[in-house]
Write a protein that binds this ligand. Sequence first.
Ligand code: SF4
Length: 415
Amino acid sequence: MTEKPSDKTSNLNDKKNRKIKCARKMRDIMTTYYMDALTARDNKETVAWITSGGPVEPLIAMDIIPVYPENHGAMIGASKMGEDLCTKAEEMGYSPDLCSYARSDIACAVAGGGPLGGLPRPDMLICCNNICGTVLKWYEIQARRFNVPLFILDTPICHTGYTREIADYVKAQIQEYILFLEKATGRAFDRDKMKEVGKLSLEGQLLWQKVLNTTAAKPAPMSAFDAFFFLALIVTLRGTQTAVDFYKELAAEMEDRVNRGIGIVPGEKYRLLWDNLPVWYSLKWLSDTFAGHQACLVADTYTSAWCSSTRYVDPDHFLDSMAEAYTRIYLNIGVDQMAAQVLEMIEFYGAHGFVMHSNRSCKPYSFGQLDIMNIVRKKAGIPVLLLEADMVDPRNFSTSQAETRIDAFMEIVKQ
Ligand code: SF4
């Protein structure tokens, strides 16, 4: 049937309406952020590489530009440059079993490449093992390569709770972290500025949570695929006014969409929860495939990790409370606690199904998934799909296999 001009116009208007306006601003902010980082040396500014779950606030308080190899890894994945860089790392002798963020970053540091032509040279490295043990060796390699000081914050896994011993141990390291920064920069730590940064960090995280919460509305004003994109600011610019202002605007746009009933997936009928990192090189394909079933991935366990510890933060005693907040993040707690969070999310977002990305790269995220899957099936009674892939290296993902599995899974969800 030929489409009438009026249908065409209404389709265009519909598409235009669905487009999230803040996306452009977000791109501009990220471009400025990376330009500042890449020109830091010319401007005599200090750059620190830091792990994605690391305590960045003291760096912001010291006017040090934080750069995240993992965010860079996500960009490498999204620009489909992962296979080339991972292969180069393997040619250098690194195992294909090593996390693809680590492989692509290590290769990039030696051979250049990637969407930015490499990251700016670091003056220091800050590594926190609250996300995994891989980062310890990865950062040691980079510290040797660049011959710069490395600070390691060791956060024991909180299988059941946060004990006094863990609290004392991590708090003591936070004080060592401050001394490390003073020594590395030759400047005194500004505790008044730290208080301001702490408040901004908490405000930014609460606003990010507010944005994510809007997808409890039916239809959801954005999806987890949008959250994967908008996440970059709470990772890279946490503790700044820029992040606070941006998320205020994004939350307002999402609330407006909710009020006007604008959903991101046309005719949303099924709501799904996603687990683990995104498959960066296949976001569009996955988004279109699920949307083809009128299914929206309304939330995920990954992007919510950057606001799930706010209950432990005391803005008046930020440094001390930060020890607990950074230790009790999603990847550093026991499987039972993870499952409890997943069940809460399933209920809050009204999910009809749970999609788990079994990520070959990320062992800490993927090892407990079978237990979580069983708990979710038993307690929430919803179907669960396990999709095998890798966040950056496409050699571990087959779209034809994934399509068959998604189709079969959606048939069960629809019953
Ligand atoms: S193993 Fe997982 S948590 Fe660790 S750096 Fe890789 S993706 Fe991040």
